[in-house]
Design a protein around this ligand. Structure first.
Ligand code: HEC
Length: 120
């Protein structure tokens, strides 16, 4: 019995935390994206860059879900500040990623900001 109560609490907490997530999102499915209004001016260049570079092989949905849930949706690995940099480098190293280190760095900084927004 106790086990089920704990499980129910955990499920409730995780649903609650997603529902309460601060980072604003627009659209659904393949059209899902971070909402541009919630991105301050200083991050706009990186935001625009991400819109061009990170949709080459998959939609923004993958990145939005990773930030919202704190889990990378394909591998299920944690997607937190420590992990973001590694993911950036992983994407950079993919064949034909068409990105450079500076671009990845700017996008990683932006994703860190979005992760912070999400946990506020
Ligand atoms: C050259 C193709 C390519 C580009 C460009 C690309 N990705 Fe990916 N991405 C992939 C592939 C393929 C996967 C599937 C999982 C894997 O191989 O890591 C993936 C998976 C992901 C995941 C889920 C990872 C997981 O472990 O579940 C995230 C988050 C992500 N990408 C974010 C980004 C971001 C942010 C950018 C832009 C900086 C980006 N991707 C650019 C190919 C790409």
């Amino acid at each position: 019995m106790k086990k089920y109560v704990t499980l129910a609490v955990l499920v409730a907490l995780s649903v609650y935390s997603i529902a309460e997530a601060r980072v604003k999102v627009s659209g659904r499915g393949a059209k899902m994206n971070f909402s541009a209004d919630s991105v301050p001016g200083m991050y706009k260049p990186a935001f625009d860059l991400m819109q061009q570079k990170c949709i080459k092989c998959h939609t923004m949905e993958r990145t939005v879900i990773a930030v919202q849930t704190g889990r990378a949706p394909i591998t299920g690995q944690p997607f937190n500040k420590q992990a973001v940099k590694a993911y950036g480098i992983k994407m950079l190293r993919k064949p034909n990623s068409d990105m450079n280190k500076k671009e990845i760095r700017d996008i990683v900084v932006l994703l860190n900001f979005l992760l912070d927004e999400n946990t506020k």
